[in-house]
Design a protein around this ligand. Structure first.
Ligand SMILES: *[C@@H]1O[C@H](CO)[C@@H](O)[C@H](O)[C@H]1NC(C)=O
Ligand SMILES: *[C@@H]1O[C@H](CO)[C@@H](O)[C@H](O)[C@H]1NC(C)=O
Ligand SMILES: *[C@@H]1O[C@H](CO)[C@@H](O)[C@H](O)[C@H]1NC(C)=O
Ligand SMILES: *[C@@H]1O[C@H](CO)[C@@H](O)[C@H](O)[C@H]1NC(C)=O
Ligand SMILES: *[C@@H]1O[C@H](CO)[C@@H](O)[C@H](O)[C@H]1NC(C)=O
Ligand SMILES: *[C@@H]1O[C@H](CO)[C@@H](O)[C@H](O)[C@H]1NC(C)=O
Ligand SMILES: *[C@@H]1O[C@H](CO)[C@@H](O)[C@H](O)[C@H]1NC(C)=O
Length: 301
């Protein structure tokens, strides 16, 4: 879903979610500024309920009274919902019917670059009584790829608009809000998934990066893409994915390698050149083993 926000103040958003029980589930979101520190520098960012990326929306696919809504522009695309920006202190309510989508979607703000920090996953589980078209994974992990700017994103876009120049590049790409081991001051926060040998996991990967196509790969593990943009697809077996801005991919990964730690990494494909900024997270096996001093690193294409 998309909604417009404008003001860097305190606003309240009532966000209505229709889940499948034909009942209206209401989620209250307060848009507020919160201090966050990344790359050794702190700033205020616009967040929902003070959370940066930790706000998950879980729903089940479901119709209400059999009413079909026109398909909403869940994935990337132009603004279909042209709500006016929400004024500070004002409330805004929006009702969503998850009638056709199943898989991973995401929500984000739509005013200037507020979406840099105001976004998060929407996980649409199968309707009751139905199941995934693939073996149920042992566990699921959202993997949100995003951009971190040390500067104020609103000023950044404003000054770019005024000068006509390209807006500043982001200072880091992030996985679940963390730049990862390869960036300065970022190691302690690096995102990790814990896996058990022999089990299969679902990664719900979202490219929320402002304007970059991203490569994503896990060291020494293959991937099976089973869904895209809130729909199932014929499974694609691959060793890496390329995900475009706004796109989501549901990807199965089986922990079938020697128990250890492995990097998962994402980096941009910009024009004809590979960018040398890479964001990482760690795939960590359970069990007793000597952790490598540096986890195995995927060879990115
Ligand atoms: C679907 O399942 C959930 C959890 O088991 C339950 O709370 C809900 O009432 C069910 N909905 C329907 C329509 O059966
Ligand atoms: C947020 O950071 C600013 C300076 O960067 C500081 O003055 C302020 O006290 C901080 N607020 C909170 C709630 O930590
Ligand atoms: C917004 O909603 C909150 C909580 O429901 C309420 O206290 C407040 O008065 C509302 N504000 C406006 C401007 O309607
Ligand atoms: C953009 O980058 C320039 C050069 O590094 C810097 O001087 C400027 O402060 C940046 N603007 C913002 C809004 O961060
Ligand atoms: C990382 O930190 C070191 C030491 O503080 C500094 O010399 C280097 O320029 C920093 N690198 C980046 C990319 O900011
Ligand atoms: C990944 O797939 C390739 C091609 O099918 C295969 O050669 C390779 O052994 C697989 N690697 C793993 C870790 O399963
Ligand atoms: C790549 O790294 C080099 C040196 O570490 C740096 O000078 C260059 O600006 C970087 N390129 C990009 C696109 O970030």
């Amino acid at each position: 879903m998309s909604f417009k926000l404008e003001i860097l103040g305190f606003l309240l958003l009532n966000f209505f979610v229709l889940s499948m029980a034909q009942s209206l589930r209401t989620v209250n979101w307060v848009l507020e500024e919160t201090n966050y520190t990344r790359l050794c520098s702190s700033k205020k960012i616009l967040t929902v309920n003070g959370l940066f990326q930790d706000l998950l929306l879980h729903v089940h696919k479901g119709d209400r009274h059999g009413v079909k809504q026109p398909r909403n522009p869940w994935s990337d695309g132009p603004e279909y919902i042209t709500q006016c920006p929400i004024k500070p202190g004002a409330n805004f309510s929006y009702e969503i019917i998850f009638s056709t989508e199943e898989g991973t979607l995401w929500w984000h703000a739509h005013s200037d670059w507020s979406r840099a920090t105001v976004h998060g996953p929407i996980i649409v589980y199968p309707a009751n009584g139905t199941t995934y078209p693939y073996s149920k994974p042992s566990e699921e992990f959202p993997i949100v790829l995003a951009s971190w700017f040390k500067g104020d994103v609103m000023e950044l876009i404003q000054s770019a608009l005024e000068s006509g120049a390209e807006p500043n590049q982001s200072d880091a790409f992030t996985i679940n809000g963390q730049p990862g081991d390869l960036y300065n001051c970022s190691k302690p926060g690096t995102f990790k998934i814990m896996v058990d040998y022999g089990k299969t996991y679902l990664l719900r990967i979202i490219n929320a990066i402002m304007n970059e196509e991203m490569f994503f790969k896990v060291a020494e593990h293959n991937l099976t893409v089973v869904g895209m943009d809130g729909a199932y697809i014929k499974p694609i077996y691959t060793d890496y994915i390329m995900i475009t801005p706004g796109q989501t991919m549901d990807v199965l990964i089986t922990a079938n390698q020697s128990p250890s730690e492995y990097y998962m990494a994402a980096r941009a494909y910009a024009g004809l050149q590979y960018d040398n900024t890479t964001t990482t997270a760690i795939d960590q096996y359970s069990g007793n083993y000597t952790a490598p001093s540096t986890p195995a690193f995927p060879i990115l294409p």
